[in-house]
Design a protein around this ligand. Sequence first.
Ligand SMILES: Cc1cc2nc3c(=O)[nH]c(=O)nc-3n(C[C@H](O)[C@H](O)[C@H](O)COP(=O)(O)OP(=O)(O)OC[C@H]3O[C@@H](n4cnc5c(N)ncnc54)[C@H](O)[C@@H]3O)c2cc1C
Length: 455
Amino acid sequence: MPDSHPKSPKVIIAGAGLTGLTMAILLEKAGIEYQVLERSSEVQQTLGGAIILSFNVMPLMEQLGILDQIEAISYAIETTMIYKEDMEVIREINLRSNRKMVGHGTQVIPRPQLHAILLALVPKEKILVNKSIESLVQDADSVTVTCEDKSTYTADILIGADGTDSGTRRALYKDMDKDGITPKIIEEENKTLYMSVFGTTDPMDPANFEGLDDDCTRCDTVVGEERGLTYRTFIIPNNRVSWRVDFQSSDMDPEWVEGYKNADYKAFDVKKLPERWRGRELAMMGSLGILFDNTPQDKICKVVLEENIYENWKHGRTVLIGDALEGMLDAVVLSNLLYEMPTSNQKNISKVFDEFVEERSPSSRRELSPAQQATHVMFGRTWLDVAGRYLLLKLVPRYFKEKSRDYINYYRPQAAFLPRIPSRGENPSTPQRFSKKYAAFLKNKGASSSTATTV
Ligand SMILES: Cc1cc2nc3c(=O)[nH]c(=O)nc-3n(C[C@H](O)[C@H](O)[C@H](O)COP(=O)(O)OP(=O)(O)OC[C@H]3O[C@@H](n4cnc5c(N)ncnc54)[C@H](O)[C@@H]3O)c2cc1C
């Protein structure tokens, strides 16, 4: 029987964050039909401090034609210093050789500005706001989501890119339950949560802060003596400072933590942090309080970095992707597979999802993600975290570097359906996925343009 499914799938993307927008841009370029459904009433994300964009995502940014814009509003990290509160240096990590090795720097970029750059590449009509996905039904032919306002949308594939508080994940796990599959969620009783407050200051006077008018960033981390406090600063263009304060739920008032737990994407009142933290000194001079006071109060936000570990990423016609840098890498791998998918029947979709999870599996991400390691090593305050930090940073510092080296230096996936960016640095990237479909497209294009020239 002939396959009745159309060749190019129709996709719903849940969420217009950094991950959802990257996915949308890639599907737009791949010529795949899609619609983004966003929970908020405003599509712009205005909250937050800086995001670290590692150099393994830069070839993709170059392919999308936004590398120059990114470099114009960000600085490459050249050194990372880790201090005790008395400013004794625990460790200095030099990243100056990165550009030589991989051709790009690791950029520190304000999250709202990066979001705006990506948003500009997605046609307005492709994003619907006030669409909070609440439930889904899927069968061999399609997936249908129902939003809070009772509207429904049907497609061949649903991609959940809706962040840590994912409505798609909740809906998917209910659907799996219904199909007799118990989703694996690793939940620890009374588990310590890692929490962060992020902000970016307005321009400040360079006379008062060391290195503020340099044209590269310094990333300073101070591991506080008081239990429950680590803070970081990054200098960004226009004499501004992006900052984050990290702490653990176990060190805070339980009542306060309860109210804090569910990040609600609203501005956070920084006065809720303990008053004594304001006086904590910065390596670049000044104090945390000065940063708080120079930051637009309506742009400060709180985030719970880790709650549970969810092992299931896919079922039927639905797949989950996400989390900033990792989400961008997910998006490029998934879009390559979708571009190549012959038709959108269940068999082909399952094959694509299997290959996707194999490459981007949660276990390998946990193993390899430098960001994840950094969270535990830098900010963890359990005795195990402290011992780990001591071991990794003081005794065997090479371990930390080498463990993530292969992932960072060689893993630089590109869109297989866009012109390939040559490897810029001394270290070659892992082989890029080859697309027969794109090769055929180029061949046809070449043939038709040479016909056009001769006519
Ligand atoms: C408010 C906020 C600020 C942050 N600031 C920083 C920062 O400054 N620095 C840093 O390193 N990390 C920060 N983080 C951490 C976060 O990991 C990354 O910043 C990054 O935003 C993750 O990108 P994402 O697109 O995967 O998820 P998100 O940015 O969370 O985007 C998910 C999108 O999905 C939408 N959505 C959620 N549920 C539904 C639903 N049911 N239906 C439809 N749409 C839905 C949301 O409104 C949102 O637009 C922040 C996170 C948040 C939530």
